[in-house]
Design a binder for this molecule. Structure first.
Ligand code: NCD
Length: 311
């Protein structure tokens, strides 16, 4: 069998070529009806997904679970290490080895960068990084791209503003890397000085033809963009809470700012105060659609990885 999608693990979006992303987005489009009509299909009947969530999650964990169930598979796992034997001192490696024996693929969220990669090196089942510290969040990026394609019709020629915590926000790191695979994209990086995009990511952008610009206010760019991608200030990654309190509330998108503009508003969620509630009932709000799109996109990911890598 010739496999179009060759990746066994989803650790970093940097491992993807454009054709790999296209493959997952096309598969997701085919599965969307099942997710929408709340039906199930038998694609992963009898398969088990292991969920190892060492950090809090609502959407990522629930959408992986929903995706697996819509494919008639089942899930096992934990959502905080306190309820697993890690709290008794078991190593992550031992926990992962045990999960490998129980399940057909593993989804891992951890506060340390590199943990998913480490686990993928010691187990034989596919490993999916569901967020590693301030590192990467590749499956969020796939659903972000799916949402952009669906709402705007294309990803090439896009003008997008990434707003908020660009330093610690893993979603914007992965998304920036992925956008480098598309043509004629312009990225505006909008953040407080202390939360600028890390040098490593800027270095990745510099290695490609992508056009990017660092700016400090939304007003400067709002007339020029198709997408405002707003993010939460990542409170849990600040060493000193006072530094967080000084920056909190630095950017707020509200209905008044958006009136007469063409941009759509996206957010990986959860939001704290960076999008005013008055945007929710407007045409600009695409963040709830984006959260729904997690289901067909994660269905496509699970179907592809588990079917391509039978035990
Ligand atoms: C994001 C994450 O965990 O990185 N949430 C998500 O997966 N939808 C964003 C965040 O926590 O701010």
């Amino acid at each position: 069998m010739i496999r179009i999608f060759k990746l066994k693990n989803i650790i970093s979006i940097k491992d993807f070529e454009r054709k790999d992303i296209d493959y997952i987005l096309d598969e997701a489009a085919k599965l969307e009806n099942i997710a929408k009509s709340k039906e199930t299909c038998d694609e992963l009947k009898g398969k088990i997904l292991g969920l190892m969530f060492f950090e809090p999650s609502t959407r990522t964990k629930l959408s992986f679970e929903t995706a697996m169930k819509r494919l008639s598979g089942e899930c096992i796992g934990f959502e905080n290490s306190g309820s697993s034997s890690v709290s008794k001192g078991e190593s992550i490696a031992d926990t992962a080895k045990m999960f490998e024996g129980y399940s057909d693929a593993l989804v891992i969220r951890h506060e340390l960068e590199g943990v998913s990669k480490f686990i993928s090196d010691i187990v034989d089942v596919p490993v999916i990084n569901a967020g590693d510290g301030a590192g990467q969040h590749p499956t969020q990026t796939l659903l972000d791209l799916y949402t952009i394609k669906k709402e705007i019709g294309k990803i090439d020629d896009l003008k997008i503003a990434l707003i908020g915590d660009l330093k610690f926000g893993r979603t914007v790191h992965s998304l920036s890397n992925a956008l480098c695979l598309y043509n004629n994209v312009k990225i505006y990086l909008v953040s407080p000085k202390k939360l600028k995009m890390p040098q490593e990511v800027l270095h990745d952008l510099d290695k490609t033809n992508i056009n990017y610009e660092e700016v400090e206010s939304i007003e400067e760019i709002i007339d020029d963009v198709d997408v405002l991608y707003v993010t939460r200030i990542q409170k849990e990654r600040f060493g000193d809470i006072n530094d967080y309190l000084k920056i909190k509330g630095a950017y707020i998108v509200n209905k008044k700012m958006l009136e007469g503009k063409n941009a759509i508003v996206m957010h990986p969620l959860p939001r704290i105060d960076e999008i005013d509630g008055d945007v929710d009932d407007t045409k600009y709000n695409k963040y709830f659609n984006q959260a729904f799109n997690a289901v067909p996109v994660r269905m496509a990911i699970l179907k592809t990885l588990i079917k391509n890598n039978p035990k």
